[in-house]
Design a protein around this ligand. Structure first.
Ligand code: PMP
Length: 294
């Protein structure tokens, strides 16, 4: 495995960063998780855009332009001959001293790992996933915005530990107002039917306190292309419990049917028809979109 680290491709053993890197000391940095499908990097430009927006939000100036960063990512995938897999791109504040002051970190660390991906078992896509609502609330946007994909993932990790202890793979996280924000590492969608039978695909707006997922965006796009009405509106737990269908979206997870939440069956407890169509369409999209990188 070859890892890109500050201008060089090095072996896994040689890919080492300083213990004074503020990414390590304070979670001070930003990152992206990106997929390679069929020798194509899925929505690379969107991921780099989000990485740079996150960097801007924490006053971190990356040493490369967005175009250069995209090229570094392509080069790393090529060097590893990775036809299908997962990319982790990180820009940390870089090495400094033991204080918080980022001015002591003049050189951000840039790191790209291209590796195999560990997926949920196929069983989850065929029969759905069970989740719980965790006690850990999603960070308040005015404290640490969930829109920033920062290296500070402790809020998500605490939620993940609650999932693990409850024996489920993912969870619903509520925001400060008690509305659905997102999952520990995925966005959430529901299919809602009103009393006049009109269906709408709903996902909480970014202002509910979540990461603006690239998969979320792709699913909104393909749902609209399929003629499904979509809305970014507040979602309460009641709406999820009473939804016809629900699913999670994320780069690693893709589209996962959510069939049970807090011991309540969603719909009939099986993956819904629209969810299954979106899974199929999303898979087609990831296999065929964009130019192969090598
Ligand atoms: N929310 C959180 C907290 C995440 O970490 C992620 C990424 N794994 C997502 C949502 C989904 O975003 P994306 O579709 O861009 O992977």
């Amino acid at each position: 495995m070859k890892i890109y680290l500050d201008g060089q491709l090095v072996s896994k053993e040689d890919a080492k960063i300083s213990v004074f890197d503020h990414g390590f000391l304070y979670g001070d940095g930003v990152f992206e998780g990106i997929r390679v499908y069929n020798r194509r990097i899925f929505r690379l430009e969107a991921h780099v855009m989000r990485l740079y927006r996150s960097a801007k939000a924490i006053w971190l100036t990356p040493p490369h332009s967005q175009e250069e960063m995209a090229q570094i990512i392509r080069d790393t995938v090529r060097a590893n001959e990775l036809e299908n897999g997962y990319i982790r791109a990180i820009i940390s504040r870089g090495p400094g001293d033991l204080g918080l002051d980022p001015r002591k970190c003049p050189h951000p660390t840039v790191l790209v790992i291209a590796d195999a991906i560990k997926l949920y078992p196929t069983e989850v896509y065929e029969h759905g996933m069970e989740c719980i609502t965790v006690a850990t609330r999603r960070n308040r946007p005015d404290a640490l915005s969930p829109a920033i994909k920062s290296l500070n993932y402790l809020n998500n990790i605490l939620a993940k530990i609650e999932c693990i202890r409850a024996g489920v793979p993912e969870c619903v996280m509520l925001n400060d107002a008690g509305l659905v924000a997102e999952c520990s590492g995925d966005n959430l969608f529901i299919l809602h039917t009103d009393y006049r039978g009109r269906q709408e695909l709903r996902t909480p707006p970014i202002t509910a306190g979540n990461l603006e997922g690239i998969t979320r965006d792709a699913v909104l796009q393909i749902a609209e292309e399929m003629g499904i009405r979509c809305a970014e509106v507040d979602v309460a737990l009641f709406d999820v419990y009473s939804a016809d269908e629900a699913f999670l979206t994320g780069t690693a997870a893709e589209v996962v049917p959510l069939t049970m939440l807090d011991s309540r069956k969603i719909g009939n407890g099986e993956p819904g028809e629209i969810t299954k169509k979106l899974i199929t369409r999303y898979r087609e999209l990831t296999q065929n979109e964009g130019e192969p990188v090598f």
